[in-house]
Design a protein around this ligand. Sequence first.
Ligand code: GZL
Length: 308
Amino acid sequence: VMPQDTVLSESQHSTQKITLGYSQLGSESDWRKANTNSVKESAKEAGITLLFENAEQSQEKQFEAIRSFIKQKVDVIAIAPVVQSGWEPILQEVKQAGIPVIIADRSVNVTDSSLYVTFIGSDFYDEGRKAGKYLLDKMKGRPGPIGIVELQGTMDSSPTIERKNGFREIIDSRADLKILKTRSANFTLEQGKKVMQSIIEELGEDIDVLFSHNDDMALGAIEAMEEAGLRPGIDIVIISVDGTRKSFEMMVQGKINAVVECNPLLGMNLMQVVKEIMGGKNLPKRIVLPESIFTQSIAEREINNRKY
Ligand code: GZL
């Protein structure tokens, strides 16, 4: 504890005193848990006081958390928005309170971009394109028609909308790549399994490809396939998104063919941005982390480097 009469330098003063309110959307997936750990660990390392609220997929609970941050007069508020719409009113309240906002992970649909300082998150549209490009390449020599099933993430969330659209932009270049069924399983393993079970009952052998918007739903779908006597990665080509350790284990076992990287480890970037805001720095409106795609050929080598 600092003796009362200690004179803090400007930098000590700013880092010593920063309080960040983080509204996390839930704990639905391994990606989300890694994101939460990254934010908590990075705040500790940065000496930033963190108020952390988990909304368990409820936008209303995110609003409540944000109002509590305003009451507690935090220095900065960061939000991982569960869906992209409905954010104007609460962001106006935060603006009235004079607290800067960082949008983290998923994006918000607002007309007034002065309502937040910057958005730190992946390019989900490009993730969808990468999945589509992998599929075109994988199916080059194979005659059609090729039946695709898509498991979508949380409806009205920016990763779901943009992965869906990026994927379609690419596969539309080949007419006999057909999306037979697209359903949301809300980014969870349990719903991925349930939804895939019902799709298998309906389409069975006609399914050639699964495009899953995240690894947890892909893992659930794999369970459903195996219970139905189908061989994931062989009878059905599986493309997923995130790059969690479990997805690498599945690639090593030949059950997933490719995983598009989506990096949850935003914590350090976030704390850097918080400090720059407190230091009066100007920031770009958009901060994107570089990402790639992983296939079975590199899974064995890469799995031990995985941090989440
Ligand atoms: C993407 C993130 C998504 C992940 C899912 O940045 O919002 O939410 O792809 C997670 O695994 O549930």
